[in-house]
Design a protein around this ligand. Sequence first.
Ligand code: NAG
Ligand code: NAG
Length: 263
Amino acid sequence: MQSKSLFALLAGLTLASASPLRRRCSNSTVPTPTNPVNSTSAVATPTLPTTGSGTQLDGPGSATLKHILVGHGIQNYTCSAAGATASSVGALAVVWDITDLYPGSSSSSLSADDFNLLTSRVLRTTNIPLNMAVDGSVGAVVASPFPDPVDLVIEGITSTVKFMGHHFFDINGTPTFDLSGADDGEYFKGKKDANISAPSDADKGADPTTGAVDWLRLSDKGTSTGISLVYRVLTAGGNPETCTDVGQTQSVPYTAQYWIYSN
Ligand SMILES: *[C@@H]1O[C@H](CO)[C@@H](O)[C@H](O)[C@H]1NC(C)=O
Ligand SMILES: *[C@@H]1O[C@H](CO)[C@@H](O)[C@H](O)[C@H]1NC(C)=O
């Protein structure tokens, strides 16, 4: 159950600045969640979100859900020409465990609407959790993009969410998740199986002309430990602006839920 009206409201915001370099988006209209939602019924089994219409990502089959994460960071792009569509060159994000916030699963669960809006809330009310360049260049400090691990406090949500790790692209451009916070060696190198567009009412992020990055299904490239599948869903922001120059780089703030499965 998605809150269409809230998604539409958030997506339609006119933000004060279109710069993708700001530390956070406006939070002026993100509603306060009602938390916790008391539930006396049976514990819910989380179901992978869908976009509501059109082609969906293939499901996890017999794989078991291990974690639901919220990720916050930047999508990096380069430009081949003025007017071109920027090409993705990877992403950097910190991920935290939000499994217990899934509706009906624990005493700290959120309502379905608040859970679906969580990525938008994190994008708009928390700082980008990276060491961002301060020398005028775009993006993160390449040599050390990640600050020391910290749990995440989200405005209006009672429970602090646990640090779980880092998402980045390795030297070969392979999407990688290092879930050091899980303390059991979970590590994933994936390949993209499929992508679908985010729903039209997804939060478009800092620049409303761009939009939310695709939803993805990633499967193990063969060298992962303890993780076989990763889904990127409920995305907010992250798509690039139209290129203005050859060699231009862009780092666009985004958030997403990552659903982590193992065989
Ligand atoms: C962009 O993301 C890539 C992939 O994770 C990373 O290697 C690179 O350092 C990032 N660059 C900037 C400027 O943030
Ligand atoms: C999947 O991603 C490719 C490459 O970015 C893009 O061209 C294509 O339109 C996407 N497909 C869908 C269904 O969004």
